[in-house]
Design a protein around this ligand. Sequence first.
Ligand code: SF4
Length: 218
Amino acid sequence: MKKLSAKIQDDDADDWKPAPVPDTSSLAALAKAARSCTACHLYKRATQSVFGEGPKRARLILLGEQPGDQEDLAGKPFVGPAGKLLDRALEEAGINRDEVYVTNTVKHFKWEPRGKRRIHQKPNSREIAACRPWLEAELRLVRPKLLVCLGATAAQSIFGPSFRVTRERGKVLESEIAPRVLATVHPSSLLRQPDEESRQREYAHFVADLRAALKASR
Ligand code: SF4
């Protein structure tokens, strides 16, 4: 596992440019190109980039924040605990995960060490801006009927920092980057609920949002 001093991270955090996206109609070519992206400093500490996955003609794109610890190691989006919960909720909502395209706002895992653990850190606006061309390219190629933002980072990257998921969740909204967008919570927020009752309540609300997304994508 790579180690960087805090000094190097701070210096590098301001050093970014828009990701260099190749002119291609192939999602596989995009994913391959993202593997060598150095547009912001996040590539230095991550194991690998984690690009979106799913069919090119998916009606739904699910957009998370960034890969987590397990996604970083596997090179695949939503394979950790939150991904497993997402799979369960998708199935309950009547959505086949194999038919949706799943990706993240930022393609490299941002983390800080705590003992032997790698703790998730929220990507900042510069990192999100640097990574934006990858998302724009995914949207251009897949052209989904609906973009579903999972959590505040994804939703605010689309609608701006004043957007509140709690206020707008479950509604179909317009955006500059995608004509139809629906925001809901990130499945990891369900894992952080303090007790079983709130976990069940929030999970049911999440499934209801996914059902609304399915309906809006038809
Ligand atoms: S996070 Fe995005 S912009 Fe930054 S290096 Fe990774 S792929 Fe490139």
